[in-house]
Write a protein that binds this ligand. Structure first.
Ligand SMILES: C[S@@+](CC[C@H](N)C(=O)[O-])C[C@H]1O[C@@H](n2cnc3c(N)ncnc32)[C@H](O)[C@@H]1O
Length: 281
């Protein structure tokens, strides 16, 4: 946010159109993941340089959160291919309900976690319309998914209701650099994708969680490098954006953005924020 509290509009030029209606955006997200489901784990492992699909710094925070959760009931919204579900089932031994918009992503998760089917239920559905009664889950996991929701305030309100008092929310997502007031990152994502936007700063997420009655017990920002080639392979190619369009966006970056994201000729630094919070209701 700028000092006025209003965000400047990042304008991708020649990249993906930013004015996509809410229903169309959801359809785009669903189609994007369904088309990419089989490749998702490989692509994430390449980004993080780890066969676990996340770097240790992220997965260690997640797994440490669920020590002592054996047989507790946990919801993962946007469970995807089961990148988090599998280690949580294996190591934390919890009971997991995984919800996702994409049937193809759920099929990946089902195949991968077939030996845990007694403790793993999969739901094809939209987290904006959670099909659960109140106060049932001991914890909710939301990894790399918050930026897809129209309103993080609404979803946090709903998640808070489905949690038992004292329940845990484990949030992780790509975030905007804390001092990025030019919307460089939002513009970058909109340049290479029609479906990816609405990223927030770590401090914004923290404030939203607190406003919904969550107490933050851990917050960690993990910086990692991403090449432009990998950004194109993940998003640009799918949305038919020429590599040159991305390069032009990068070349127009201000000195401040260049420093914040450590832009080089081949890549940039991105920030993944993990927040573990407890529902104080
Ligand atoms: C980047 S992937 C993350 C998957 C998994 N959480 C992980 O960390 O690997 C985002 C997932 O969120 C799902 N998703 C996006 N919007 C959703 C919604 N409104 N309801 C349910 N799932 C959604 C997508 O289909 C996709 O599988």
């Amino acid at each position: 946010m700028g000092s006025t509290g209003l965000r400047k509009q990042a304008k991708p030029q020649g990249g993906c159109e930013s004015k996509v209606s809410s229903a169309n955006r959801k359809k785009l997200i669903q189609e994007y993941y369904s088309a990419r489901a089989k490749d998702y784990d490989r692509q994430k492992s390449r980004t993080w340089g780890s066969t676990k699909g996340f770097g240790d710094e992220v997965s260690d925070v997640l797994l440490a959160t669920f020590v002592g959760f054996k047989d507790k009931l946990v919801l993962e919204i946007g469970v995807g291919s089961g990148r988090n579900a599998l280690p949580l089932l294996e190591e934390a031994k919890l009971r997991l309900v995984g919800l996702d918009l994409s049937r193809e992503m759920l099929e990946q998760a089902r195949a991968k976690a077939s030996s845990f089917k007694q403790r793993f239920d999969l739901v094809l559905g939209d987290a904006d319309h959670l099909p659960f009664v109140d106060c049932v889950f001991d914890a909710t996991v939301c990894m790399s998914t918050m930026h897809y929701f129209e309103s993080k305030e609404e979803i946090l309100g709903k998640l808070s209701k489905t949690l038992v008092g004292g329940g845990i929310l484990a949030y992780g997502d790509l975030t905007v650099a804390e001092l990025d007031d030019e919307e460089f990152f939002e513009g970058l994502e909109r340049t290479v994708s029609k479906a990816h936007s609405r990223y927030c700063k770590p401090s914004e997420m923290r404030r939203s969680l607190e406003a919904h009655g969550f107490r933050i017990s851990k917050m960690k920002i993990v910086a990692y490098r991403k090449t432009y080639d990998s950004l194109m392979e993940d998003k640009g190619v799918y949305f038919s954006v020429p590599l040159d369009t991305l390069h032009k966006y990068i070349q127009r970056a201000t000195a401040k953005a260049k420093a914040q994201y450590d832009l080089t000729d081949t890549g940039l630094t991105l920030f993944y924020t993990m927040i573990i919070a407890q529902n104080e209701r």
